[in-house]
Ligand binder design. Structure first.
Ligand SMILES: *[C@@H]1O[C@H](CO)[C@@H](O)[C@H](O)[C@H]1NC(C)=O
Ligand SMILES: *[C@@H]1O[C@H](CO)[C@@H](O)[C@H](O)[C@H]1NC(C)=O
Length: 270
């Protein structure tokens, strides 16, 4: 009996997984009208693995996109900051960033966040290497990116800089303006989570809404499965059952652990 809701959870999550994760870990979808813009250009910039340790000389290639089709010499820089996703060309082809840049003779950039997409500072994601995955390092990447472009594209030498972001990358846009005001003139932050708090129930409301996109019963099933698993995590027997159940679907266990991370961590499950 105890495993029935868990099975439903698995089915429910598998059935909706792609949809849910596309919705949660990607910027909002954007339609690209054919023929409106030239294709943005892919490029790389060399960044330091650790911006805060002068002895560490290691570097990596951070990927980015640019589109200068509307640029007028001396015009502003519009830099869209990548968040926890792989960057794609659409953002620089249509929508608000494209419109703002084109109305103001601006130069568009879209940077990929370290450890996402092709922008990998280290050869693997071991704990030792993941210590360079931090907002502070990502902010330093952005600051150096702006400095580099201004030094290397003469027409950008005196340009104002607008940092733009959505969700986590909007938080970065806000922070980069505060931390590096000499590089960034304006932050455009759309849905930026700025208030860090322990019991961030508002986030789960969004998760709930996303689960409901899959089916109206999905949130209820998941809620009951979670409370059942929480109970099971309180005994050694329960922990063994969960390990066995989720042994084949480690990724799903990880998803679950997002909901009850403290319990999972304290039990060594992730
Ligand atoms: C960027 O660097 C990657 C990895 O070294 C390489 O595969 C890719 O071709 C580079 N892209 C450009 C546009 O230079
Ligand atoms: C930037 O400003 C300097 C000093 O005013 C000026 O000499 C230079 O031509 C300007 N560059 C551009 C691209 O506008």
């Amino acid at each position: 009996m105890a495993t029935l809701p868990i099975l439903f959870l698995i089915l429910c999550v598998f059935a909706s997984e792609a949809k849910i994760f596309r919705n949660l870990h990607a910027p909002p979808p954007i339609d690209v009208p054919v023929g409106r813009a030239t294709v943005p250009v892919w490029a790389n910039i060399t960044q330091r693995v650790d911006h805060f340790n002068p002895v560490d000389k290691r570097t990596w290639k951070m990927r980015y996109l640019y589109n200068d089709e509307c640029f007028v010499s001396g015009g502003p820089i519009f830099i869209y900051l990548g968040g926890e996703w792989t960057i794609t060309t659409g953002r620089l082809m249509t929508g608000p960033i494209y419109d703002m840049a084109c109305e103001n003779g601006g130069y568009m950039f879209y940077t990929e966040h370290r450890y996402y997409g092709e922008s990998q500072p280290t050869s693997d994601w071991s704990s030792e290497n993941l210590k360079y995955l931090s907002a502070d390092q990502a902010l330093a990447d952005i600051a150096y990116f702006i400095k580099y472009q201004k030094e290397n594209i003469p027409a950008l030498q005196n340009s104002s800089v607008v940092a733009i972001g959505g969700s986590y990358s909007a938080t970065l846009a806000t922070w980069v303006r505060i931390k590096y005001p000499h590089f960034v003139d304006i932050a455009y932050a759309s849905s930026a989570p700025l208030n860090a708090k322990e019991d961030f129930f508002e986030y789960y409301e969004v998760v709930n809404d996303n689960l409901a996109l899959a089916s109206s019963t999905c949130p209820t099933v998941i809620r009951s499965a979670i409370s059942e698993i929480e109970t099971m995590l309180e005994s050694q027997e329960g922990i063994a059952t969960i390990s066995a159940l989720f042994g084949y679907v480690a990724a799903l266990l990880h998803v679950f652990c997002v909901f009850t991370s403290r319990l999972c961590i304290s039990n060594g499950l992730i």
